[in-house]
Design a protein around this ligand. Sequence first.
Ligand SMILES: [Zn+2]
Length: 369
Amino acid sequence: MKVLRNIIVWNLVIKRGISVSASKNQFFGGALPFGYDIDENKKYVVNETETVFVREIYELYAGVNTEAGICRYMNEQQVKTKKGKAWNKSSLKRILCNRRYLGYYLYQDMETKSGIPQIIDEDLFEQVKQQLDRNKKARSSRKADEVYILTTKLFCGLCESSMFGICGTSHTGEKHYYYKCSGARKGCKKKSIQRDLLDDPIIEDILKFLDDDVIDGVAKALYEMLQEENESGNILRLEKLLEENKKAADNLLTAVMSGKGTDLLLEKLQQVQNEQKDIQEQILIEKSGLLDADLPEIRKYVKRFKHLDYTEEKNRQDLVETFVNKIWLYDDRKAKVRYNITDFRGHNVGSFYGRMVEVTGIEPVTLCL
Ligand SMILES: [Zn+2]
């Protein structure tokens, strides 16, 4: 229940919180893009040092330098990403296609022109875009779409090891996608399974039990839980967490200042400081009353899962992320699935938490493939 609660509430809160902030072109949590800072009014301002590098990255890429080459260059300059990490291809990509550098304030499908300071002009951005498209085309001829929505949820029924996605090419040159037991190296005999033989039934199964009754039940339980939390003082808990976090940051800072500043310590400090920002953000959300989602709103959010287009990879991923807790896969084409919710129709109506599956208990259990 906690898991489901966290996923759903967090999504709800973030959506409402962001739409409030978005109307004012304000920053709302998440990763801050390289090149910008946030001022005390939560508005984007230019970070002078980083901006120079953003422009340089664009010029280098438009000048047909390789991604690896640009990363190497950035790392040689001792410039870190916003997360305090070394540059790699994915952090570089995020820079190269980020429309914020054109001055757009972005939120979901909404773009506000001149919502934030512009760093890259349209011509250069377009040049880079074309270069990205060219490279993508060259790459996609080599690499098919490899998304494994069940990774992190899927475990081997024989040896309990996690299962991961692999791709193989048959003698006809056709690509095949599988989940494979990571215990194979240690001798597990579990056979690999074709990805689509598992993904599709799981999706169908979730949608089957997600009928109106269940949706009502989930929404109601979540609503009651939120009410309870509001009364029990979540803010106090968060403030305590913040205090502990500040202590940890102070200790790390002292260690760094005393010359014990290894890269590891610095990285840890950065991480603690990022957490601090998250907690402060959460406190802000709590205090703004955004958590007072009413029952119809929660129901609408849960219900939306019934009508999403599940040919879209993103929606498949969201559905699994929200409702599937863990899957054990056996060799006789059977899987045991633990969902984040149980059946609301009459069973287990005792304790509040008992109505949904938390860490123990297995529901609705068997899925025949
Ligand atoms: Zn295994």
